[in-house]
Design a protein around this ligand. Structure first.
Ligand SMILES: Cc1cc2nc3c(=O)[nH]c(=O)nc-3n(C[C@H](O)[C@H](O)[C@H](O)COP(=O)(O)OP(=O)(O)OC[C@H]3O[C@@H](n4cnc5c(N)ncnc54)[C@H](O)[C@@H]3O)c2cc1C
Length: 388
């Protein structure tokens, strides 16, 4: 099915085996604020590397897996079957960075991230700038051989485990005054402090604190690309992450569909399996049908990227995949809770966990409303036939 090559199927099987090994740890993580014992986390990280799943998205020339976009989707789909972000132990370092990084940045940040020795976080969003990244207030001012960074960043995912951050700010003064620029900031660094760490709906070990950058000095060698390039990096990262969000949503919906089918065959009410009730059968059928549609869309989008499709078409199709797959997974999780009845409301039940966890897939990496705006914009500019 889906015309996958032998190599694609092998990668998929390795990722599936990894997910199967993680699933038994979910409830322990759920009941412990997302945390697992250190030795267990280390074992998962080592296993991800052994199976070639860590940094599969990075160029082989730098020690990464060199996976195609379709293969990355297959890996992330399996990762998406696991709750509590346990599959994040197979990391995806920034695949857009090698093309623009200097040799110094490759040696200091990229290659160690591929080896699993360093971990990044993204400090882009602010209290008043999420959907509209251009509204950021953070600043970067050149001072001799350094830049001085200031700003307060929200939802900085994985800050608690990261040892460097991507910081996006607007340049103050100079030729590119008011334009965006992105910087690599070592963590910890003087002037980088946690304002507070809010609690979120999901239960994962990666926190999303609000982080203040106050007169943080970074050498000019930590500027990514050129002054004024900041926004283009954000777009490239969004394209990648949106497709990976779609892939993980396929995995979540796939697992939920399997689990609710098994439960509805096994659970008997009034002497009959609940699967025989039309209302339950309808929820099963709708879930699988929508999953099939989302998977076909997501795989096709990945294939178009591998075939070097026009970049704007890629952008819109990644938005379509993210929009549809995340909304589909939300509907499937809602149905799964219903099919499981009271059990579906217990935190030890996979449907309950996914019901909370999947909600953010419609928000981060661009909300559903923003994806619709991107798709409609390209439809108007290029015509619907260019996109689908
Ligand atoms: C758990 C979590 C982790 C995150 N991790 C990171 C991270 O690591 N790094 C980082 O930089 N950011 C991160 N984010 C931020 C995330 O990308 C933003 O929350 C998201 O882009 C939405 O921005 P916002 O929250 O400011 O919402 P807003 O922009 O305030 O949007 C509010 C509402 O208005 C709607 N809206 C906005 N603009 C339009 C429009 N043009 N048309 C129609 N409707 C519109 C939105 O869809 C939404 O419904 C994270 C967020 C969460 C929740």
């Amino acid at each position: 099915m889906y015309s996958l090559s032998v190599q694609d199927l092998q990668i998929q099987a390795r990722a599936a085996a990894f997910a199967d090994e993680l699933i038994p740890f979910e409830v322990t993580a759920e009941l412990n604020d997302g945390d697992l014992p250190k030795d267990v986390v280390a074992a998962h990280t080592a296993r991800a590397r052994e199976l070639g799943l860590h940094a599969a998205n990075m160029p082989a020339s730098l020690g990464g897996g060199g996976a195609t976009s379709l293969q990355q989707v297959l890996i992330q789909e399996q990762a998406g079957r696991v709750t509590n972000a346990l599959a994040w132990s197979a990391g995806t370092p920034p695949s857009w960075l090698p093309a623009v990084a200097t040799q110094y940045q490759l040696d200091r940040f990229v290659v160690p991230a591929i080896r699993g020795e360093r971990e990044e976080c993204y400090a882009i969003t602010e209290e008043g700038a999420g959907s509209d990244v251009d509204a950021i207030m953070a600043t970067a001012r050149r001072d001799g051989d350094d830049y001085v960074l200031n700003g307060e960043k929200w939802h900085v995912t994985s800050y608690n485990g990261a040892d460097f951050a991507f910081f996006q700010g607007k340049l103050v003064g100079g030729e590119h005054d008011g334009e965006h620029a992105m910087f690599l900031v070592d963590l910890p660094s003087p002037g980088v402090t946690v304002v507070r760490t809010p609690a979120y709906s999901h239960t994962i070990s990666h926190h999303h604190p609000i982080v203040a950058f106050t007169d943080v000095r970074v050498p000019a060698t930590h500027l990514v690309g050129a002054e004024g390039d900041g926004m283009s990096f954000a777009y490239e990262w969004f394209r990648f992450e949106r497709l990976m969000v779609a892939a993980r949503c396929l995995g979540a919906a796939g697992r939920l569909t399997q689990e609710m089918t098994a439960f509805s065959i096994e659970r008997r009410v009034q002497g009959r399996p609940i699967a025989e009730f039309g209302a339950i059968a309808g929820m099963l059928a709708d879930s699988l049908t929508e999953l099939f549609a989302a998977r076909s869309l997501t795989y096709e989008t990945a294939r178009a990227i591998d075939a070097d499709a026009d970049i704007k078409v890629q952008h819109a199709q990644c938005s379509m995949a993210k929009l549809y797959a995340s909304e589909m997974a939300g509907r499937v999780a809602d149905r799964a809770v219903q099919v499981f009845g009271g059990r579906g409301y217990m935190r030890e039940n996979v449907a309950e966990r996914f019901f909370r966890e999947l909600r953010v897939e419609r928000i981060w990496e661009g909300t559903s409303e923003v994806q619709r705006a991107i798709i409609a914009d390209q439809m108007i500019k290029r015509g619907p036939q260019a996109l689908a």
